[in-house]
Design a protein around this ligand. Structure first.
Ligand code: NA7
Length: 549
């Protein structure tokens, strides 16, 4: 048991709310708690600037694969009108500039503490407040804690035998150095072909002296179709602003495209081909998966047809049949749907090759040589596009302790659990924005909706005689079971990948998302809220008064 090192609470700085993280969630939450509710709130972030994920993920080619007009806040209409994106799918520097612009515009900086890691978040059963300690040793006391920690922030680097002998440079995409690297005389290796890998490979193929992709499991990807965003499209949204964003929030995925109502079985083989072809030409990964048919993620036949279609396209694009065969996946099309700026075309370049580490894993390193049974590869820079200790990674790195000292790490030992992804029983007055298991969607619309719900909930409790609000164990259990039931009915649950927690050896398989769609998620949480916060326990003066009576 760790010693309780807390100073008396009277010696701590007193805040109303502490917010962890200065990304999309944290900035929005600060704005709402401070400016709408008048609370004394502060963000802490370990980064040197705002931006969250977009502060850290600076690798070459990093960009959103959500269309820009729905990858931004909508709650501040004037901000939406004033900001113009240069591209349909903005690059990382532009998204970071947008978030910096929001922080400036809303004058958030005085209430953001950067370069500061929160280490302990401990509940005080006596005062009903959170005590928060940073890596600088300071303790603050706050009535509320809101986590905007991000799902994909704790980088994962696999343990590869002999890596300590590698004398080239190792870079994880999510910790990209702040310098211009000239790749033209560099032999580059990339491990990982998820959404990060396909971007970095597409970007560096034409820039590197040579590029070796250490490929384990190939992925399905469709073209992104980058390009400028016509003003007419933005204007059409502005002309119907409230309806448009209501439609986004009430959709399943919040990506702003029309989700298909057509089931695969309902149309002829010729029509199916035409629909897939249209989806391929239009571009966008989620649009291909959810805009062509309504059952690709749940109907095995529909899924196989989508697989066949994408495999055929890969075979047509990649001119070397041996490379094409390695790039054609043969498992379910049921991971995060990817889109790319010419990923498969990149493999037609003479300077781009594939090391098949599925059949011939890396067995050793010697200086700048990477050794497999297939051959030896000379590499100056080895890039790990190997993803994240996703979903729970950032939460479990912080020492969260709730009532009676229970540790979040222990509560989540078998996988994350939280009512609506927001509230964990035993952790009162704490909310996690886009926490697990939350909606599986494009994030900004879901984030801003949850931030508004949290602000309204805090306002409600503050205006009542209650002191605390937390989820009940029964409600959390029922919600988790529903998440499991929905996820297990999809093909997403059939594969090992980060959404199931199984991208990291030893991490327990867990359902970490509500896959019933954002519209249903909102309906459920609004209904619970309207029904006197059903599934939440509100306690405090009123409860004590009743007990005393
Ligand atoms: P992902 O999607 O988790 O992809 C990680 C990639 O790294 C994937 O291709 C893995 O192959 C590969 N990987 C991991 N370990 C190894 C080893 N040891 N050898 C070879 N290959 C390995 O991470 P991303 O950063 O691309 O994307 C994460 C999310 O961020 C994304 O979905 C967006 O929402 C934003 P595997 O498939 O396990 O064989």
């Amino acid at each position: 048991m760790t010693e309780d090192t807390r100073p008396p609470e009277s010696q701590m700085e007193q805040l109303d709310a502490v917010i962890l993280g200065a990304g999309f969630a944290g900035l929005c939450q600060l704005r709402k708690l401070r400016d709408d509710l008048g609370l004394k709130a502060r963000i802490y972030d370990k980064a040197g600037g705002v931006g969250g994920t977009w502060y850290w993920n600076r690798y070459p080619g990093a960009r959103s694969d959500t269309e820009s007009f729905v990858y931004e806040y909508s709650f501040d209409r004037q901000l939406y009108e004033d900001w113009r994106w240069s591209d349909r799918y903005p690059r990382q520097p532009e998204i970071l500039r947008y978030l910096e612009h929001c922080a400036d515009r809303w004058n958030l900086h005085p209430d953001i503490t950067l370069n500061t890691t929160v280490e302990k978040v401990w509940w005080n059963d006596d005062s009903n407040r959170w005590n928060v300690q940073t890596d600088k040793g300071d303790w603050v006391s706050a009535r509320w804690v809101v986590n905007g920690l991000g799902l994909l922030s704790a980088p994962y680097t696999p343990d590869i035998p002999g890596i300590e002998k590698f004398e080239g440079r190792l870079i994880h995409t999510s910790r990209w150095p702040d310098e211009d690297i000239d790749f033209s005389d560099k032999r580059v290796g990339v491990i990982g072909v998820g959404s990060t890998g396909v971007q970095v490979i597409s970007e560096l193929g034409p820039k590197a002296k040579d590029l070796t992709v250490f490929l384990r499991r190939p992925q399905y990807s469709v073209p992104a179709r980058h390009g400028p965003l016509p003003e007419t499209e933005v204007q059409a949204i502005l002309d119907d602003y409230d309806n448009y964003f209501e439609g986004v929030r009430k959709s399943a995925t919040c990506f702003g495209f029309e989700e298909s109502a057509t089931s695969f079985e309902d149309v002829s083989p010729e029509e199916r081909e035409r629909i897939f072809e249209k989806g391929w030409e239009k571009g966008g990964g989620f649009a291909f998966m959810f805009g062509t048919f309504n059952d690709i993620a749940v109907n095995e036949d529909a899924n196989r047809a989508a697989q066949d279609f994408i495999r055929k396209k890969i075979g047509q694009i990649v001119t070397d049949p041996a490379k094409a065969a390695l790039l054609q996946p043969d498992d379910w099309y049921a991971r995060r749907p990817l889109c790319d700026p010419g990923y498969f075309e990149t493999f037609n370049r003479d300077n781009v090759r594939i090391a098949n580490v599925k059949d011939h894993p890396i067995r050793d390193f010697d200086g700048k040589t990477i050794i497999t049974d297939e051959g030896e590869f000379e590499i100056d820079i080895l890039i790990f596009a190997t993803g994240f200790d996703s979903v729970t990674g950032n939460h479990v790195r912080i020492d969260f302790r709730g009532r009676d000292g229970i540790k979040l790490r222990d509560v989540w030992a078998d996988g994350p659990r939280a009512y609506f992804g927001l509230c964990v029983p035993g952790f009162p007055n704490m909310f996690s924005i886009y926490g697990p298991p939350g909606p599986f969607t494009n994030q900004p619309p879901a984030i801003e909706w949850q931030c508004q719900w949290v602000a309204e909930t805090i306002a409600y409790v503050n205006g009542s005689t209650f002191t605390t609000i937390e989820a009940t164990p029964e409600a959390e259990e029922a919600y988790l079971n529903e998440c499991i039931e929905i996820a297990e009915s999809t093909l997403f649950a059939k594969l090992d990948w980060w959404v199931m927690g199984t991208n990291i050896p030893g991490k327990p398989r867990a359902v970490s998302f509500y896959m019933g769609g954002m519209g249903n998620y909102i309906d459920k949480l609004e209904a619970a809220t309207a029904n006197d916060y059903e599934g939440f326990a509100l306690a405090g003066e009123q409860q004590r008064a009743l007990q005393d009576a």
